[in-house]
Design a binder for this molecule. Structure first.
Ligand code: ADP
Length: 492
């Protein structure tokens, strides 16, 4: 059975169930039809018996009339006729009595015979008296007209007919109850059989499929496919083999992707490192140039150059750090950090971008700002990214605010808000996943879509979440919270 296919197993099961059910139904049918035959032949017997009763009653009546005729006419012919009728009655009575099988009716039949004998003897005595001439005419007429004796005899014979009908009715009802009981029994067996059959089908088919589903949903990329269920039907085992081959292919693909991704990260890190080195050189050269050249007319150009060098440098730093984070080379070390100087510094370094766009730049630091637990090298990257975005995606004369304040739950919230282009609701999740930019931002400023993903990862490493409130066309507010540090330099 182990190597049987599902189809063969199902067919074998169904055939067995069908055979069992058919056999049972046939046995039940044969039993009930035999019972019916028996009942029918019993009824035929009974009916033929009952059919003869009226003739027998007529004979009794006949005997009575013959006796009456003799009493009134004294013609011997009536005596002869009466004798014949009595003999016929007795013959019939004996013949019919032999056919009675039920004790109650046989007893009744014997009593009728005794009654008949008594009736005949009483009549014989009266006829004898009449023949001898010892009976008056008046008595003879009265006896001839009296029907009491024969009526009681006929009534007894009618009663035995009723008994027969009652018994037939009882038998019919008993047979019907037996047929209902048999039907109920077969129905019960059928229901139990159906339950057993579905349990067997479930065991055979559904259980292995459920086991396969559980195994498939527990499987993760990179996992080996554990040995297959040997008890399952052939089709399910084939499906398992197909899935095992599929997981092998997926794992190979996954491994290749991982290698490619590692290579890509290395490449991005390498390129952005070189890029950063070159930018440092350009920046140094520019600073030297600015020191030597004080021409007021060139000032806006110098400012533009400086702002672009900073923006490019920020992008290269982001790429470099993202590569490091992804390859696990970026190790955060949290310590007690004062937010006020960190935020002031970040704003001072980047405000030049906002000033070029004549934006109103504000720093809102709450006076009682506690120190927080953060990595003092990584946190400025987050703030710089949020500030750069606020400047980039806010039009000229707009408003950008950097601020921090203590929250009622004891944590310190840092926020960067602007009244720029805003972010549509459908993009508010996607911008944190990396390399995703909103349509409107693409028309507004250059970017790689890396800064927010990097900031999110840095904050997550701090156990914090980067959150966003935004209204399309009205502005955005990015914020996160850090635990306040105790004097000993641990999270309060
Ligand atoms: P980049 O700004 O280099 O494209 P980011 O990862 O910093 O990359 O930002 C991802 C995207 O999120 C941006 O391209 C922009 O579509 C949207 N975005 C970020 N900050 C803002 C903001 N302050 N206002 C409007 N859109 C923003």
């Amino acid at each position: 059975m182990k190597s049987w296919s599902l189809r063969a197993r199902l067919m074998a099961l169904l055939a067995t169930a069908l055979c069992a059910f058919t056999t049972l139904s046939t046995v039940a049918y044969l039993t009930s039809s035999r019972e019916e035959d028996r009942l029918e032949s019993g009824f035929a017997e009974e009916l033929s018996f009952l059919a003869e009763l009226p003739a027998q009653r007529a004979l009794a009546h006949h005997i009575d009339v013959d006796a009456a005729d003799y009493l009134l006419t004294h013609k011997p012919v009536w005596l002869a006729r009466r004798r014949e009728a009595i003999a016929e009655f007795r013959d019939n009575h004996a013949r019919l009595g032999a056919r009675l099988t039920h004790e109650a009716e046989a007893k009744e039949w014997r009593e009728i015979e005794a009654d008949f004998d008594a009736y005949v003897s009483a009549q014989d005595a009266a006829l004898e008296r009449s023949r001898r001439g010892t009976m008056t005419r008046a008595e003879a007429v009265s006896r001839a007209l009296s029907k009491e004796a024969v009526d009681s005899l006929i009534e007894r014979m009618t009663r035995i007919g009723r008994l027969g009908f009652e018994r037939m009715d009882a038998q019919r009802r008993a047979t019907r109850s037996a047929a209902i009981a048999t039907f109920g029994f077969i129905l019960l067996i059928g229901i139990l059989g159906a339950v057993a059959l579905s349990a067997a089908v479930a065991r055979m088919l559904v259980n292995p499929v459920l086991r396969l589903r559980a195994k498939a949903s527990a499987w993760k990329l990179g996992d080996d496919w554990t040995p297959d269920d040997g008890d399952a039907p052939r089709e399910v085992r084939e499906l398992m083999t197909t899935m095992r081959l599929l997981t092998i292919k997926l794992n190979e693909q996954f491994e290749r992707e991982r290698e490619t991704s590692a290579l890509k990260s290395q490449l991005v890190s390498g390129v952005s490192h070189e890029f950063n080195n070159a930018l440092t050189v350009i920046h140094t050269a520019h600073v030297l140039l600015m020191e030597n050249d004080h021409s007021a007319a060139d000032a806006p150009w110098h400012e533009m150059l400086e702002a672009n060098i900073r923006a490019l440098s920020a992008m290269a730093t982001n790429l470099l750090n993202l590569g490091r984070l992804e390859s696990g080379k970026f190790n955060l070390e949290t310590q007690r950090t004062d937010l006020a100087p960190l935020l002031t510094n970040a704003l001072e370094r980047l405000a030049v971008i906002g000033r070029r766009k004549k934006q109103e730049v504000t720093l809102e630091l709450a006076p009682d700002l506690p120190a927080v637990m953060a990595d003092p090298d990584a946190l400025p990257l987050v703030v710089a990214n949020l500030l750069t975005n606020a400047f980039k995606y806010t039009p000229e004369n707009g408003k950008v605010t950097l601020g921090a304040a203590k929250r009622p739950d004891g944590r310190v919230e840092v926020f960067v808000s602007d009244n720029g282009i805003g972010i549509p609701p459908e993009d508010r999740q996607k911008i944190f996943s990396g390399y995703y930019r909103t349509e409107r931002s693409k028309k507004t400023a250059k970017g790689f879509g890396v800064g927010l993903a990097l900031s999110r990862m840095i904050l997550e490493a701090h156990g914090a979440t980067l959150e966003l409130d935004s209204e399309t066309g009205r502005g955005s507010r990015f914020f996160f919270s850090l635990p306040a540090a105790s004097a000993a330099g641990v999270a309060a």
